[in-house]
Write a protein that binds this ligand. Structure first.
Ligand SMILES: [Zn+2]
Ligand SMILES: [Zn+2]
Length: 572
């Protein structure tokens, strides 16, 4: 169970006739951006195609998607994309992939309804989408495999595990799941079918490691209903509930409670309205007709007859909830007697924004405490007990933990070991690491293929280079210093003093003494440069940049972005 990261020499050669390659190009060693390449001698499919949300150290980036370098090397072999479910970390990068490879996409109805919205925005034809139903099987001719979708319980409708019936035996990918014996929509996990497959013999299981570090069983959504009911009973004024718009099961629970407690519902946030309409249209969400009211009609209701269901649980500054707190939404205010409940988990990194938001709500008089209120959120991912049940149901020959940081994958491997799996039957893969399965049972860790992350800025149709993100971080930290130097076009002699301009730098541009110091350093570097450097723009710019960086670091201990320019003086 030791992880080695060596390059896979010869990865550009197609798989052998008895070989199947499994290559996670995202989602392993990290959370998010889930994408798995399944590559046989005749073709290649992608299982999920997710995005990663940028963090604060990626300023100005809208999303991060996998680098498809491996797929590019076999560009003419791409057959299809198979989707497990509709969360952004599984579908977010699809527009980028489909623009390059317009191949059929298979998934369940709710998953594809979410994808369709994305494709529409990206101007990609929706006829690539093929809706499948629970337990459907699809033959991928070009690939020589059959795919089968098995329902699993998760935090949104229509989530599935995927079985690929291959020449190397059945391979099962759990997708994101937990085992909820009492799901809100009554759609049970297909454990019976998984056991049947286990009886026949499963070659390999890839399972969700997100919550492996949690002992016991994942609590059912039913537990959450009791806690949320407390919040309804203990609130005299309007009740504000923030959750993820994709968490349709939670939304159903909240709508049911609102109905029972005689509160009408205001939906806030574009994605909340969109998902509620989609889910309702597909029969995945059930609510009475005159139950949802417009925000502007909220003042017609008593405060105690209002549930405001909104996005913004992560404290996002532009969310509808923040706009209510800033008094920007007509008809909707937060006041004394109201309550704000965040029915979701805090994504690591968002804690500061969330705390700022709760503080703003408290200032308006709302109750943000949870005293006397039970569980208001349960996870959609399997705890260790559920993962153990999955392994024992499927009894695969080989185990590959997926979805999670290395620590999670390792703990998941340890669980398999505790159930009697030998080290050679457990593979801990990192992003880009290729597992080769051969007919007859041989398994080989082949090393890594090129992988990485691509930065997307919506509205620009090419990727944002990583160096641009790096420059932005430097600008944010230490600002920028420009130096311009004028030279004689014939003799290359310096004409006058260099000019220095700064923005965001620790010393202002108009500081005369410091400006003179920098001008002197640039002039000296130029005057001492040999003629061949003066005649080569690239060498010259670098020389001046280095001279400036040195003096700035010595005098201020900062490392701003330094830009130097040499201009030829106009002839008299
Ligand atoms: Zn996920
Ligand atoms: Zn998910």
């Amino acid at each position: 169970m030791i992880q080695t990261l060596t390059p896979f020499e010869g990865w550009t050669e197609a798989p052998q006739s008895d070989e199947l390659r499994l290559i996670p190009i995202g989602g392993l060693g990290e959370f998010g951006m889930n994408a798995l390449v399944v590559h046989g001698p005749k073709g290649l499919v992608l299982v999920d195609c997710g995005q990663l949300f940028p963090s604060e150290d990626q300023p100005g980036i809208d999303k991060i998607v996998p680098d498809f370098a491996y797929v590019e090397a076999f560009a003419d072999q791409v057959q299809a994309v198979l989707l497990t479910h509709g969360h952004e970390d599984h579908i977010g990068a699809l527009p980028h992939f489909l623009r390059r490879w317009p191949v059929p996409v298979y998934g369940t109805a709710f998953t594809l309804a979410l994808v369709a919205g994305k494709l529409k925005e990206a101007g990609i034809k929706e006829d690539l989408l093929h809706v499948i139903h629970d337990y459907d099987r699809v033959t991928l001719e070009g690939m020589g495999i059959e795919a089968e979708w098995i329902p699993v319980t998760h935090s949104l409708p229509d989530a599935c595990a995927l079985v690929m019936h291959t020449a190397q035996g059945p391979i099962i990918h759990s997708g994101d799941f937990k085992i909820d014996p009492n799901p809100v929509d009554g759609r049970l996990m297909g454990l019976k079918r998984l056991k049947e497959l286990g009886d026949q013999g499963v070659r390999l299981l890839m399972a969700d490691s997100t919550n492996i570090l949690q002992a016991g069983r994942t609590p059912s959504e039913a537990l959450c209903k009791a806690g949320l009911d407390d919040a309804f009973r203990k609130t005299e004024g309007a009740l504000f509930m923030a959750t993820f718009s994709s968490n349709v099961h939670r939304i159903q629970v909240l709508l049911d409670l609102a109905y029972e407690h005689g509160r009408q519902v205001v939906l806030l946030g574009r994605s909340m309205e969109k998902v509620v309409n989609l889910a309702r249209g597909l029969g995945r969400l059930k609510l009475p007709d005159d139950f949802i009211i417009e925000p502007k009609h909220a003042p017609n209701n008593k405060r105690s007859e209002l549930l405001i269901l909104c996005t913004g649980s992560q404290g996002e500054p532009m969310s509808a909830l923040m706009r209510v707190l800033r008094g920007e939404i007509k008809g909707l205010t937060m006041k004394e007697g109201d309550r704000l409940v965040l029915s979701s988990r805090a994504i690591p990194g968002n804690e500061v924004g969330i705390s700022r938001m709760l503080d703003a709500a408290a200032r308006l008089g709302a109750d943000t405490t949870l005293d006397g209120i039970g569980t208001i959120h349960v996870s959609g991912h399997a705890y260790r007990g559920d993962l153990e049940e999955l392994i024992q149901t499927v009894r695969p020959k080989h185990m590959v933990p997926v979805h999670g940081t290395y620590r999670n994958l390792k703990a998941h491997g340890q669980l398999a070991a505790s159930l009697g799996y030998k080290p050679q039957a457990i593979s801990l893969l990192d992003g880009g690491q290729c597992l080769r399965l051969f007919k007859g049972g041989k398994v080989k860790m082949a090393g890594t293929v090129p992988v990485g992350r691509d930065y997307v800025h919506e509205g620009v149709d090419h990727m944002v280079d990583a160096r641009i993100v790096q420059d932005r971080l430097i600008l944010q930290e230490d600002g920028v210093v420009f130096a311009t130097l004028m030279v004689d076009p014939d003799t290359r002699e310096r004409v006058g003093e260099p000019a220095i301009l700064t923005r965001g730098f620790v010393v202002l541009s108009d500081d005369e003494a410091y400006g003179a110091l920098l001008r002197g350093a640039v002039a000296k570097a130029y005057d001492e440069a040999p003629l061949e450097v003066r005649n080569d723009d690239t060498l010259l710019y670098e020389l001046l940049r280095q001279a400036l960086r040195r003096i700035i670091r010595k005098t201020t201990d900062t490392r701003p972005l330094v830009v130097s320019m040499v201009l030829e003086a106009p002839k008299e």
